[in-house]
Ligand binder design. Structure first.
Ligand code: PHE
Length: 335
């Protein structure tokens, strides 16, 4: 009777509990099993009655076992209903995607590194000298307004850099020619945010200074880059332009690979896409950084990374790069 009560009161929560029950009441080494073994020593006239009693205990224990198994399975059923199916295979790992700006920057850097350019970096908070004066922007000259500047506090000498040309001034001040350097980085301009303009964007600027560097070197370097980045058949076009730090200066266009010159919305039916500015380093700039313009000449170029990414992947809104919409970013998983 005492055993019967113990059996009735036994509850199990999991498979281990069930096994404990089986060991205690059902297996051959269980208490019930022991009682059966003890039957040997029972007097012959009591054996029949005792045997029947034990048999009913055994059947009771087994019935209870079946009940426990059933209730445990039901419990697991509840886990499944709660969205916890432990028999399912694990969820697939989700890999993040490289941001398109990182990918495009890496590609540009790779192309110029193969031509012998090294990488240089500088501060995003710049002084007037490195962002403007050393680059031949005279004080109070309207050319400074080409790049709407964010000044820091009330100090007109400290600003967020408007281009990474400032980094190249630092390189020229610290190194002797030959210089071949590429300066990627974040730049800031005080512009209203729209599909085509942003107050924060990224540039890659390049500088090559050596003995007798010519405009032909600039043109060939730009052509090689354009064909590596946009594809073999790409053509380039240089349009006269103005920058304070280069003379002569040019706007760099590449042939529109989207319509192959037939005319489309992206190239505004001109067949050409503007990708940046370039030119021969102005002698005043070399002088400012302590390089003798009689001995050395050089070329410089600059392009926007966002613009390159927009052209490469036909993205039509600059804001997509900074909004971090997962549906946008996901598209670059395998790029
Ligand atoms: N610094 C220029 C800009 O930000 C780009 C440029 C670089 C143009 C080098 C010519 C030569 O617009």
């Amino acid at each position: 009777e005492a055993l019967k009560q113990e059996i009735a009161g036994f509850t199990v929560k999991d498979a281990a509990g069930l096994e404990a029950y089986r060991m205690r009441f059902i297996s051959r080494k269980s208490v019930v099993g022991d009682l059966f073994a003890g039957l040997r020593d029972v007097a012959p006239e009591d054996k029949k009655e005792m045997g029947a009693l034990l048999n009913s205990l055994k059947v009771y224990a087994q019935d209870r076992f079946r009940e426990l198994v059933a209730s445990l399975e039901e419990g697991q059923g509840q886990e499944v209903a709660a969205g916890l199916d432990l028999t399912l295979p694990p969820a697939e790992d989700v890999l993040g995607a490289e941001h398109p700006l990182s990918g495009v920057k890496a590609r540009i850097v790779e192309i110029f590194e193969r031509m012998g350019f090294n990488l240089s970096e500088g501060p995003e908070i710049e002084d007037d000298w490195h962002n403007f004066s050393a680059l031949n922007f005279p004080e109070n000259h309207p050319a400074r307004e080409m790049q709407d500047t964010f000044f820091i506090e009330k100090n007109p000498d400290i600003a967020l850099r408007t281009h990474t040309s400032s980094v190249q001034v630092r390189v020229m001040e610290n190194e002797k020619p030959p210089i071949r350097t590429l300066s990627p980085g974040r730049v800031y301009r005080n512009e209203a945010i729209s599909a085509r303009a942003h107050c924060v964007f990224h540039q890659v600027e390049g500088l090559y200074i050596n003995k007798s560097v010519s405009f032909a070197d600039l043109k060939q370097t730009m052509l090689h880059f354009a064909q590596e980045f946009f594809g073999e058949g790409t053509k380039i076009r240089l349009r006269p332009s103005y920058f304070p730090f280069t003379e002569p200066s040019a706007e760099l266009d590449v042939s529109c690979g989207i319509c192959s010159g037939k005319g489309c919305n992206v190239c505004k039916y001109t067949g050409w896409l503007e990708i940046g500015g370039c030119g021969m380093v102005d002698p005043n700039v070399l002088k400012s950084s302590g390089i003798d313009p009689e001995e050395f000449t050089g070329f410089a170029f600059g392009m926007g990374i966002e613009r390159m990414a927009m052209l490469k992947y036909q993205i039509n809104d600059l804001r997509l790069f900074t909004e971090n919409d997962i549906r946008f970013l996901k598209q670059f998983v395998s790029v």
